[in-house]
Ligand binder design. Sequence first.
Ligand SMILES: Cc1cc2nc3c(=O)[nH]c(=O)nc-3n(C[C@H](O)[C@H](O)[C@H](O)COP(=O)(O)OP(=O)(O)OC[C@H]3O[C@@H](n4cnc5c(N)ncnc54)[C@H](O)[C@@H]3O)c2cc1C
Length: 396
Amino acid sequence: MRLLKKRICIIGSGVAGLHLAYALRNDFDITVIERQSADQIRRGRIMSTQVHFGPTRNRETRFNVPKWGEQPLIESIHITIGNQKLFVGKLKEPALSVDQRLYYWHSINDLVDKGVTFRLEKVDKEGVEVLINEFDLVIDCTGKNGPLLPFSIEEDLSPFKTPQRKCIVGYFTGIKANTPLGVGVTVLPEVGEMFEIPAVTEQGPATILFIMTIPKSDLDVFKGIKRAEEFTLKMRNTVQQFFPEIYNRIDGKNFALCDKNSFLQTALTPVVRKPYLMFKNKLVVGCGDSVFLNDPITGQGCNLSSYCAEQLYETLIEYKDSKWDVETGESYWSRTKQYVKEVTEWTNAMTKPLPEHVVQLLLRGAQEQVKANEIAEWFANPTKAYEAFTSTTTIH
Ligand SMILES: Cc1cc2nc3c(=O)[nH]c(=O)nc-3n(C[C@H](O)[C@H](O)[C@H](O)COP(=O)(O)OP(=O)(O)OC[C@H]3O[C@@H](n4cnc5c(N)ncnc54)[C@H](O)[C@@H]3O)c2cc1C
């Protein structure tokens, strides 16, 4: 007699929930609960800048997440400090940023076609208890507004009580792309950063301008801006004042937001939690931002969510025929802990002034292409960035 598949409930269909649903759907009976319909997500506000680096794209291939066809791939990272362009480092594998509104909408519809059950519901703290009774396992993937359960905070990895940056993002047309096509990173010491990111949107290719401002610095000029026209004008003036190289590539007549919802302002306080707990003798786990929330400054959130989804998948497969309990939760945490630490500590360090030995490394990148490529690779392989930041030796 064939045993019934274990039943898993995933709350939230962001990167974490979606990658888990794709990974787990053949071995388990999956139900995804999401508070917004696919169409609401598609028509809603942008949520991220979502650069998926090589390892995340390889996981997408492994788990059959839909592909995006021939798209402008991100091949490099351009580094500028102040107004000095230092170098263009080449990524080993190309990256891709697909507007999450499009990515989530498309993936939800694809999973429904593949037989995964979706329920449209906003789960609250009482509702989650009902789900814990109903399913063999509940996975909290509610993102930065979560978690729904009190996963304990890892104090060592959660040093901040307030946001370290304000995030200001717009998806624009009318900007000539940098070449070779890549993510532009401009660091303005003591003020903030600008990330220029080529992206795929429903309307076609676009350029994301992502300002991260240190609160109350000279770049902190978007306060109170709510309307699209005001936002566009403020962005144009701010780019002219602080990022002249980008301003020179703006085509005055065609510079516009891709749509009325393609801008956002947000700020978040990073916090890392132990991603499992026992609730009335049953294991509950968390994955993605609900338990591992970092500042977006290093562009790791989607990549870390996807990484942890894969590790959770491996854990659940390993324990497929056992009772899921503390040991299962601890196994998942021990698989992810070191990587979460590396991403988190590198990211937290990036919100501070760059240490002198890192500045020296960047200057070496300007001299040697091999170094420049190694530094570009930090974003795809944050372990390398962590090693560079925590080592005090400059010459490797
Ligand atoms: C401005 C900005 C820029 C960023 N840029 C990058 C980048 O370049 N690269 C990168 O890797 N990361 C980036 N990130 C981070 C990245 O967007 C997140 O880490 C990633 O989306 C997290 O995925 P998730 O699935 O955990 O959460 P989310 O993507 O937030 O998804 C959570 C889902 O859960 C649903 N949900 C929430 N609560 C409930 C509930 N109670 N009931 C039912 N459903 C619920 C939500 O509707 C949502 O669909 C950025 C973040 C920000 C804010």
